[in-house]
Write a protein that binds this ligand. Structure first.
Ligand code: ATP
Ligand code: MG
Length: 298
């Protein structure tokens, strides 16, 4: 078939998906290697503009751990991690906010707008979007009834409440919200929160049609070193089993927790996909190709 005929054929095949997702909200976490690969990066911004153009409402939540580490290094601060979480003193959270809500957030906004979109960058502080409390990792042998006995790693937060009114207002006015993963505490203090956690909480609060977590692996792998062991779909009970078997570790743990939180709050489905593949989000949304790992309630 000539190229132009094939193109029109494919476009026509997208019709059921265009109809199904019209007017619906999709929450997309943009992070990991996807953020620094030039081709995939440009494709991602184009995808967000295309979604909005066809009447779908994307909400972007971004990460930025490596860039925070690089900036801390430039100002002469070393980074210490406890259980995969950055120990964050007052100076570190200030720098984190500058990098996440400043450089990274506004960079994404400018690039989406350059592709013809109307993106607005906010952090979890704007409109009280993300209310947070201090996250305290548990010590070995700690009484589970006393979470306050956990380790104090500074301004690392857990989401305590999401107030999605600002996102809804932006969505309903044709803007693409781009959210930096920060939260605000009861005293107005800033918390750095894992971007997957924020995306899961936002997808739940918006009862999103989909939560898409874009990362730097093909999806959930049975053997994290072997891409051929991709698990194409997972239910929450299957996740319990994989967790017991120790298959999920590191950065995959907050992703799975985010899926659980979103699904339990009413988000329909979650996908963990490979953000290194250009147009990964469109492939997931508009084709039956079944990219990455689908996570469902049961
Ligand atoms: N079973 C598994 N399957 C796939 N990846 C896994 C698994 N267990 C652990 N991982 C790790 O999770 C990582 C993805 O999470 P990571 O936090 O590193 O990236 P990200 O969340 O996309 O980016 P960022 O945290 O910068 O926003 C993978 O690169 C892999 O090392
Ligand atoms: Mg991560």
């Amino acid at each position: 078939m000539p190229d132009s005929r094939a193109f029109v054929q494919h476009l026509s095949e997208a019709l059921p998906y265009l109809q199904r997702f019209f007017g619906k909200t999709l929450v997309i976490k943009y992070g990991g290697a996807a953020m620094d690969q030039v081709e995939a990066r440009l494709a991602f911004f184009q995808d967000m503009v295309l979604l909005r153009q066809v009447g779908i409402k994307p909400v972007v939540v971004h990460g930025g751990g490596p860039m925070i580490t690089a900036m801390l290094k430039r100002v002469g601060k070393t980074t210490e991690f406890i259980e995969g979480l950055r120990v964050t003193d007052a100076e570190t959270v200030g720098i984190t906010e500058m990098v996440l809500a400043g450089a990274i957030n506004k960079g994404i906004v400018a690039e989406i707008n350059r592709q013809g979109g109307r993106a607005v960058g906010i952090s979890g502080k704007d409109g009280n979007l993300i209310e947070a409390v201090k996250h305290r990792p548990t010590r070995p042998g700690q009484d589970p009834a006393r979470p306050e006995d956990g380790i104090d790693i500074g301004f690392v937060g857990d989401v305590s409440r999401v107030n999605p009114a600002l996102l809804e207002a932006l969505d309903n006015s044709g803007f693409i919200p781009v959210v930096a993963p920060l939260g605000v505490g009861s005293q107005g203090e800033t918390y750095n929160i894992n971007a997957d956690t924020v995306a899961g909480a936002v997808a739940g609060a918006l009862r999103a049609e989909k939560l898409i977590l874009m990362t730097d692996t093909p999806g959930v792998l049975r053997d994290p070193k072997d891409p051929a062991t991709l698990i194409s779909s997972l239910s929450l009970p299957e996740i319990e089993r994989l967790t017991r078997e120790g298959v999920l570790s590191g950065g995959m743990i907050p992703k799975i927790a985010a899926c659980r939180q979103a699904l339990e709050a009413g988000c329909k489905v979650c996908h963990i996909i490979d953000g290194r593949v250009p147009h990964a989000a469109l492939l997931e949304i508009f084709t039956d190709a079944g990219v990455g790992t689908l996570v469902t309630l049961s």
